[in-house]
Design a protein around this ligand. Structure first.
Ligand code: F6P
Ligand code: MG
Length: 450
């Protein structure tokens, strides 16, 4: 067996054991910074806590800050990870997962920040942030990342307006569109949702004329940065399930979208979902979000509802129209929002069938599952040191609840399914291609036993 492999053909998890690796730098530099910002945010909200809860608010603020500062110290000094103590419904499962990690590490050393898999310790940090908040009523519903999420929504208003206007135009002419035109619009909106993952700000925000720039207009210049583009397979999957009702065959029923970030990215996902429903490509959309604030900008139920309310309230005809449309999809049950606790656990998705069989069974009911973003890609592939030419199917290790597609910009150093030589060429041209968010994949897999 080759070095760095844990079983036949399965490489080891990425971790900070390799000094200077992206995992190492993230744990050493970026994660403590996130904790410092969380402390700062809580402190800046001190007056608000006092106004709302009096002295109890202030004492909760102090206590939460002290727990987060302790957490930062544990991380920076590579202390063993500690069991969770907040007694919530997922606490036991987190503690069991820690024991599982310990068994894999053996008796020689304890599970710790720089020795354990990066995916696990990074997820664990967000769960510990949540513990620090939950243990401190009356501020136990405070979202330390909320400010950044709302700011990113407001900063991308021009792009959101342009996108909603585009959607409105498409919908006006929907009846008259040829199959080719429909597929062109589908591809554009799929790519907007893809690039929405690049960052929370609009694709065009960096340009000087961001006032006028539309995310749709930016697509041609981004085309060559899509390293794997299976959008045709996604289109075929939607169409093969789009059969006339009464034909005795299965009709297109459900597309699931496993959401990633709030802000502009969420709007791109809602626009895509609206297009899928209004074009008849899908009858229902299930959105999957997070139960608590996660990886700084991930969507929670609160972010989801807030975004739709803000869109409805916009002083822009097409934007507000879209918002009202989205709310009515929710009211009619055409759209629904779900937040299973598995999405805020550290497992690779190949564990889902065994560790969250109810969620796996739910996903099996979908005609297509879209996984947004980098963290979902890391969990799909187990965040392992796979060679770049390994098949996506191999890296999924049996995770195939339904036809699935990852829409991901590359922000972490795992990438499979490339052509021979493609990774080497990219490494020469742009050494940080796997982490700088400039590249993306639309990567599809269909279960073999459908
Ligand atoms: O830059 C790396 C990172 O912080 C990873 O930890 C994580 O996979 C990713 O960013 C989050 O990105 P996304 O929101 O696309 O999942
Ligand atoms: Mg995210």
């Amino acid at each position: 067996m080759a070095a760095g492999q844990i079983g036949y053909g399965v490489p080891s998890s990425l971790s900070a054991k390799v000094t200077g690796s992206f995992a190492y730098l993230t744990i050493r530099d970026r994660m403590p910074t996130i904790l410092t910002k969380a402390v700062d945010t809580i402190h800046r909200n001190k007056n608000k806590f006092f106004e709302e809860h009096g002295e109890a608010g202030i004492s909760a603020e102090k206590q939460a800050i002290s727990l987060l500062s302790k957490l930062r110290n544990e991380l920076q000094t590579d202390k063993p990870l500690l069991e969770l103590m907040d007694g919530l419904s997922d606490t036991e499962s987190w503690n069991q997962y820690m024991q599982r990690q310990q068994r894999q590490l053996g008796d020689q050393e304890l599970v710790s920040w720089f020795k354990s898999p990066w995916l696990y310790v990074e997820c664990y940090m967000y769960r510990r942030i949540q513990e620090a908040i939950w243990l401190n009523p009356p501020i136990n519903n405070f979202d330390v990342f909320n400010e950044g999420k709302t700011q990113s929504f407001f900063e991308s208003q021009q792009a959101v307006m342009a996108l909603c206007t585009y959607l409105g135009d498409v919908q006006k002419s929907m009846e008259k569109l040829s199959e080719n035109q429909l597929s062109e619009h589908f591809n554009k909106l799929l790519q907007v949702s893809l690039w929405g993952n690049k960052c929370d700000l609009s694709i065009s925000a960096g340009q000087e004329n961001s006032q006028k720039a539309s995310p749709i207009d930016s697509l041609p210049s981004l085309q060559s940065f899509i390293l794997v583009n299976d959008s045709n397979m996604v289109w075929l999957t939607l169409n093969s399930s789009r059969r006339p009702e009464g034909s005795g065959q299965k009709t297109a029923d459900r597309v699931d979208i496993v959401l990633d970030n709030a802000g502009f990215e969420l709007v791109t996902d809602l626009v895509l979902a609206d297009f899928l429903v209004s074009s008849g490509l899908a009858r229902h959309i299930h959105f999957h979000g997070k139960c608590f604030p996660w990886f700084v900008s991930d969507v929670t139920a609160n972010d989801f509802q807030w975004t739709i309310r803000q869109t409805m309230a916009a002083n822009h005809k097409w934007m507000s129209k879209s918002g009202y449309q989205w709310q009515s999809y929710l009211n009619e049950g055409i759209w629904s929002y779900h937040d299973h606790p598995f999405w805020t656990q550290p497992h690779e998705f190949c564990d889902m069938a065994a560790d969250a069989p109810d969620l796996y069974a739910t996903l099996q009911e979908a005609d297509l599952v879209l996984f947004k973003g980098d963290l979902n890609y890391r969990k799909l592939t187990g965040d392992r040191a796979w060679g770049h030419t390994v098949d996506f199917c191999t890296a999924l290790r049996g995770f195939e609840p339904a036809p699935l597609c990852s829409l991901r910009t590359l922000k972490a150093n795992v990438q499979v399914g490339l052509q021979p030589g493609q990774g080497e060429k990219l490494s020469t041209q742009d050494p940080s291609w796997m982490t700088n968010g400039k590249y993306a994949v639309i990567q599809f897999h269909r279960p073999k036993l459908e």
